[in-house]
Ligand binder design. Sequence first.
Ligand SMILES: Nc1ncnc2c1ncn2[C@@H]1O[C@H](COP(=O)(O)OP(=O)(O)O)[C@@H](O)[C@H]1O
Ligand SMILES: [Mg+2]
Length: 533
Amino acid sequence: MNSRPIGIVGETSTPVEITVKATHPVPAGTYIYLKFRVRDPISSQDLIREVVGVIGSVSFKSHTPIMSSTTSSAMSEFSESYISDLKRESYMNAVIIADITNRRAESPRYPPPPETPVYPASREHLVEVYKSSPESCVKIGNLLGFREIDIGVNVNALAKHLLVVGTTGAGKSNFVAVLADRVAQIGGSVVVFDVHGEYRGLQSESPSVHVVDYEAVINLVKTPVDMLVKFIIPEAAATKQRRILRKALSSLNDKIQKIAVENRIPYSEAVKRLYSDEKKRRSLPQLENPTEIYRELLESEVRIRASSDERRYEDVLDKIEDFFEWHLVGLDTPNVSEIVGCGKIVVVDVSALIDSEKDYMLKVVAEDLLWSLKQRRIPPTMLVVEEAHLFISSKTQTWSKESLQRFIREGRKFGGMLVIVSQRPRALDPDVASQVQNFVLLKLVQRSDRVFITEVSDVLSEEYVNILPALSPGQAVILGEWIGKYPALVNIDLHRGKRVGATPNIIQAWRVKLREISEITKTKSPSSEWGDV
Ligand SMILES: Nc1ncnc2c1ncn2[C@@H]1O[C@H](COP(=O)(O)OP(=O)(O)O)[C@@H](O)[C@H]1O
Ligand SMILES: [Mg+2]
């Protein structure tokens, strides 16, 4: 051992957690190595064990009273040697991650004895713990402090879904870009529900990956009728209304599809043709917009099916009216499920929609994907939901929540992987979050957020949670089956092809504008200064 110890094991020690005493603390997240002798009381043999761990919380404690009267100017006159003469000590807590005796990683079983020296871990100590098999893994970064140790995650384990949390600016979206891109690079299919419009124009690291920007609308003809019925009449108890609408939609969509297929024309044209045929038979208003025409045709289909039941007819009509008010319907746009594919990232940009519309759209996307996965019409697909606390909230009921819950529950069997991204984990529904079994924990400051994460994850030791406030952007604790038995502290790779997210350069924008103004005022009278810009 050529490096110096950073401290010694303190008074208490268990196989998985130790306290460390030192004269100087090391940063939280530092990997450590211990070698110690234990006596097996059964065989009376001495065993040498080697373990690696990571420093969690770090603190200083002085054993002499600190004089509060000391002013800062007086302070500067104190020499460093005087301060270090004061009796002070650093206390640290560390998690023991693995026993690496004989260079084979296994769960730690013996507590390191008090006073065992604690060394910084070297690459050789850690490679055994964090080796990943290239076939099923994608690289997401490097072990913190070890550029030479790549950290890969097993994509197959994503069937148990993923939770990504961290404060704004902690690096969530960068992580999503890295994961989405690398998953697509091994042939994966990815859909990103892009709440802020920050993934639009994402440039992949690889020419083999295809990034597709998708305009979010509900296709009236392609969406399965049963799904449309649920959107238009969400109340499951309204069975008679639903039956009428189902028949009306089936009949109308069958006709439209028939005309479109026979004449090889888009649905919007087929709708127009159907309408002009109808107009020959009865008087109908002059309409140009295909979705308005569709609605008119749907209402007459409902009229036929509701026959004499005037009240029910009116009820269904009201619901149709409400539905069309969302303005998120179309006839020729493909469903997301028609665009997804191997080696593709589909970016569903909903940044222009209001929150309730985003919510509705997410429901459409999640149901469409789950439906298609169950029909085996699309390959296993990863759905990333940014700002997930808006949709899977513990307080407010949303359209999308139930669909996402189903996606989590049933997706597992059919290759649907959900990635939940949030900067406010405490606002997430714990029932949903506790079904997720893989985690990326970026910097988290608020105590309530950290408590929430500890509660929903049964694999998280408190010491890892203590590291979270001290992390820098892009540093994360990675946990769960996808990383394997041993959690890792990781420097996530920086994705070069993603536009900068949260923080626009405001001052730069002002400077540019001011320069434009000064250029103009050089040639014009001062009074026109603002009006012409
Ligand atoms: N892995 C990383 N390595 C280096 N810098 C990073 C990393 N992740 C994020 N950053 C920096 O932090 C900024 C914010 O990251 P972002 O992913 O947008 O955060 P969030 O989505 O959590 O708000 C990025 O623009 C980048 O400058
Ligand atoms: Mg973000």
